[in-house]
Write a protein that binds this ligand. Structure first.
Ligand SMILES: Cc1ncc(COP(=O)(O)O)c(C=O)c1O
Length: 431
């Protein structure tokens, strides 16, 4: 057993002051055995914990670190900008620089507003959709996560288009009564909801690559159908690309599938490891935001120069020719090495991937497109798998519903070592 005593001690201390000892629930390791690992250092694809144990990291801070940890170009740009002040509460050129970098390289957006998290981006985009259309309702899909926004923390109630139920205490029923929750990949459900409520639906919100409840890859045909029904009805199509943005292509899932959303939310990679989110659309829609328009949205630290600098440095690298092809190719090879082993052994397991996102699914189904198709015994099997994998020096997010990320910093050697560790951990899990 690797020594985790320093992490354990830090956790005991943290619990005295922080609820659950953490500032975001999944970090508390409640879905796996043991207590959280406290990290001290990261470089490239590797991290080191408080006990000095080294890991090949596939959590990558839940996605933002597409260049890996402590990338030199990001660090240099951040220190340069930071040495001249950390925040002014007034415009700086870095906001425009990052906006231009994104808008000039994204076919589907004309203007962008920076905020401080993915949650804020989704929340603000929904307000803008309502303000722009003058309509109230929002369609979301079961199994998609859009941050801890009151009106979006909703799961389906019983029966189509009935009132959903909130997934957190503290959300009044009145706050979710304008939210319609539908199953993913189900055209009929969308048609029925639009037929009944279409006159009052502001937007259809979806993670075009749903990656918060496993990786629920949608048929492209379903996404195209959403585009069509929105075109027919004037409902805005809102792609939440907080994970997929700058991950599966520079233009995210929109570019990957070649589908134009009306609004996009970004987070994670856009901030180069700093707290940044953004929402974007056509100039016509974005001009409805204050100060130009009536939809109010603001932020003391929005467009923070240090965070903008990190985003610029990271996204400039993403624009290198073949950046995404190389990431996708090495991820595909990594996944197929593991899947070949699984197939040879006959384990009921499937590794899904798109671009450099992967998901370890503890079921032999090779199509899982909606939350209710996920095998219920996955979480128990994952506990055994995770414990074994950690011992072998490979770190993935501590829950069976989380996806993993390959970064540009993962070398062939890292991926070979990690693939061997994953195979051996599956052998233990299915022994
Ligand atoms: C698709 C999606 N939207 C919104 C969010 C919320 O982002 P944040 O955690 O930065 O508030 C997340 C977070 O994982 C996400 O994956």
């Amino acid at each position: 057993m690797i020594n985790r005593s320093a992490s354990n001690n830090l956790y005991e201390e943290a619990k005295k002051y922080l609820p659950g000892g953490v500032n975001s629930p999944v970090r508390a390791f409640r879905s796996v055995n043991g207590s959280p690992i406290f990290f001290e250092k990261g470089k490239g694809s590797h991290t080191w914990d408080a006990d000095g144990n080294e890991y090949i990291d596939f959590c990558c801070s839940w996605g933002p670190l597409i260049l890996g940890h402590a990338d030199d170009k990001v660090l240099n740009k951040v220190s340069d900008v930071m040495s001249r002040g950390t925040s002014f509460g007034a415009p700086s050129k870095y906001e425009t620089e990052l906006a231009k970098l994104i808008v000039d390289n994204h076919r589907y957006i004309e203007k962008i507003r920076f905020v401080n998290s993915g949650t804020e981006a989704a929340m603000s985009a929904i307000r803008l959709a309502r303000g722009y259309t003058g309509k109230n309702k929002v369609v979301k899909f079961e199994g998609c996560y859009h941050g801890h926004v009151d009106s979006l923390m909703v799961k389906a109630g019983s029966g189509l288009a009935t009132l959903g139920t909130s997934t957190s205490a503290g959300i009044p029923e009145g706050f979710i009564k304008e939210t319609i929750v539908l199953p993913l990949n189900d055209k009929e459900a969308v048609r029925a909801a639009v037929k009944e409520f279409g006159h009052d639906i502001a937007c259809i919100a979806i993670e075009p690559i749903p990656a918060n409840n496993g990786l629920l890859l949608q048929d492209k045909d379903f996404l195209l159908f959403l585009r069509e029904i929105c075109d027919e009805t004037g409902i805005l199509l809102f792609f939440d690309e907080v994970i997929s943005g700058f991950r599966v292509s520079f233009e995210g899932a929109s570019g990957y599938y070649g589908i134009k959303p009306d609004m996009v939310a970004f987070g994670k990679i856009i901030g180069g490891g700093f707290p940044v989110g953004a929402y974007a659309s056509s100039a016509k829609v974005m001009d409805c935001i204050s100060p130009d328009g009536p939809v109010y949205q603001a932020g003391t630290l929005s467009g923070n120069p240090v965070a903008m600098a990190a985003g610029i440095a990271q996204l400039e690298e993403c624009l290198n020719p073949d950046f995404y092809q190389a990431l996708e190719a090495k991820t595909a090879k990594f996944v197929s090495t593991i899947q070949s082993h699984v197939d040879a052994k006959g384990y009921p397991f499937h590794m899904f991937h798109v671009g450099s996102i992967f998901w370890l699914s503890f079921s032999n189904k090779n199509r899982v497109r909606s939350a209710d198709e996920i095998a219920p015994n996955g979480p128990e099997l994952f506990k055994v798998f995770f414990d074994t994998l950690i011992e072998k020096g490979v770190y993935v997010g501590p829950s069976s519903y989380e996806v993993g990320f390959v970064s540009a910093a993962h070398t062939e050697e890292d991926l070979n070592t990690a693939a061997e560790a994953i195979k051996a951990s599956l052998d233990v899990t299915y022994a």
